[in-house]
Design a protein around this ligand. Sequence first.
Ligand code: NAI
Length: 347
Amino acid sequence: MSVFSHPDFDGHERVLFATDPETGLRAIIAVHSTRLGPAAGGCRYWRYASEEAAIADVLRLSRGMTYKNAVAGLDLGGGKAVILADPEKPKTPALMRAFGRAVDALGGAYWTAEDVGIEVADMEAVHASTRFVAGLASGAHASGDPSPVTARGVFEGMRRALRVATGSDALAGRTVAVQGLGHVGANLCALLHGAGARLVVTDIDEGRIAKAVAAYDARAVAPAEIVAVEADVFAPCALGGVLSEDAIARLGAPIVAGAANNQLADEDAAERLLARGILYVPDFVINGGGIINVAREIAGSDDPAFVETRLSRMVDNLESILIEARDAGVSPHDVAVRFAQRRLAGP
Ligand code: NAI
């Protein structure tokens, strides 16, 4: 297994492998860049098919955080952590404390927070071992669950995408297909329903589907069907890699705007979407709300304007990226990457 020659290795500053036999912890922390400040990004708890899959995930996710934080205008670098879930050893506070010790060993080069499979209570346990953790429920400047702010960013970003594509940002009467009804997806459904949108939803968890059907009058489809649903917007809010060659060919919506990280399954996905005339809103731009919320806690600020100012700047940046891409006939993903790289190269 290689790291330096891994296809997703991109000059990452540090990659830390952490184990704790007592609790069964196996974690990888990747610090992609501290160019703009301490690296920040969530911790994912996931049952990976292999160690290779976990390495690829953490390398890609941490680079994505560098770009996300740069586009969101935050003075933070990019990092991410993954914990390889072991079905034999459940997630316990002791395991999270062991993970916290690994975070602490980096001396503040990396700040952790929630990602898929991690709850606020888990971060509270991490806090027993390190101060370099955000997304806490209590204590000075605690910012809690970042998901509602992520959902708000996706909601506002979706409206901007509709405006760029159709001339109107109205959601009333539009249909949005939402994949994944977890922390972000459920909050997004509430906002969309409130704005009068029709919802088509899916999840691999039947209970979550039932809730969305009851609460938001949503229509449910099987997980395999969601990409092909005829809708105004497809909102991926589950895991990454959803925009594969096959999925892009079957997509039933002219706009993709959702929270999931790393939606593009491969290098050619952005070009394939462009060729099909589908407006793809870059994931690392539209899903920056959560890290903006976390950034307030890292900055030690209690000012609500901290989040609001940055959230609206993020959405403005998103719209200018979409307009620039439309006018130049190129993929918004490429424009967004250049946007981030300009900031990273700046003084
Ligand atoms: P979550 O774990 O709360 O929800 C994910 C949901 O997707 C779960 O309900 C799960 O059952 C469902 N799911 C998994 N595989 C699926 C499949 N094949 N088809 C349909 N549903 C499936 O995670 P969360 O926090 O809501 O995050 C969702 C996505 O947004 C992730 O990719 C995450 O990295 C990204 N994200 C989350 C942020 C946050 O603030 N929570 C911030 C930025 C990005």
